[in-house]
Write a protein that binds this ligand. Structure first.
Ligand SMILES: [Zn+2]
Length: 249
């Protein structure tokens, strides 16, 4: 089995306990995308890395890399533990949802770096906002969709091209954006997700996130837009995307 030493920058998506003293860590790395790593002895208080490896943290790691099984952790040093994310319950939930999403996605090799930077930026930016963290999360989901090649477009009805936003009545999964009342009547109801007035306004805000702390967002709107974006991703990825972390919101 081939095995080589590699150094990379990587964010912890998931940590599970393994045997008496070890951990298995799912990283998302800038250089290699997803990597599963076994960290031997790191739950032993005498280990030099004891307590260092935290969920959502960003690290520089040195591993014995294996292609067909778990890689082995050799060295690890902290870049940013993103501890600011734990200062607020909603923010923690959204950060976990970001990791949960990445665990379900497959990336092209050429895209590893930009998806790594996107996640790192999401975790760094979230704690700088005082309110409406959900808007930052939605922007993050939209950028993920864009990087995967199916941007959602909010400028015009994606069927007839009208830019009169008052007429927007749904989000079309097939046409990747708003659909107006006229066009939605002529199409199968399964092609789009109906939106109400407040959802429409919120989606319009997402085009340009100015003053994102100045909006009042209801729980119902949060649920609706989470459902729209999750369904949109599922539709394009041809598999059901789960964001269970969000269920506690
Ligand atoms: Zn239209």
């Amino acid at each position: 089995m081939s095995q080589r030493i590699e150094k990379c920058n990587a964010i912890v998506l998931k940590v599970t306990e393994y045997s008496n003293t070890s951990q298995i860590i799912q990283f998302f790395s800038k250089e290699f995308g997803h990597i599963g790593v076994i960290a031997k002895g790191t739950r032993n208080p005498k280990n030099k890395y004891y307590g260092l490896i935290q969920h959502l943290g960003n690290y520089e790691i040195v591993i014995y890399r294996k292609d067909t099984s778990l890689s082995l952790l050799k060295e690890i040093s902290l870049i940013d533990d993103h501890s600011g994310l734990t200062s607020d319950f909603t923010m923690t939930v959204l950060a976990h949802a970001g990791a949960e999403l990445y665990l379900q996605l497959m990336f092209e090799e050429d895209d590893y770096k930009k998806f790594y930077i996107l996640l790192a930026q999401f975790y760094t930016f979230l704690p700088t906002v005082k309110k409406n963290h959900i808007l930052v999360f939605w922007r993050f989901l939209l950028r993920v969709a864009g990087f995967l090649g199916f941007s959602l477009k909010f400028r015009q009805c994606q069927v007839c091209g009208t830019q009169n936003s008052e007429l927007f009545r749904g989000i079309s999964f097939v046409h990747n954006g708003f659909i107006c009342s006229n066009c939605s009547r002529k199409r199968a109801a399964t092609e789009h997700f109906q939106i109400n007035e407040s959802t429409r306004k919120l989606l319009l805000i997402l085009r340009s996130l100015y003053n994102l702390e100045s909006f009042e967002i209801t729980e119902q709107d949060i649920k609706t837009i989470n459902t729209i974006l999750r369904t949109y991703l599922s539709y394009h990825l041809h598999k059901k995307i789960h964001l269970r972390s969000l269920e506690v919101l």
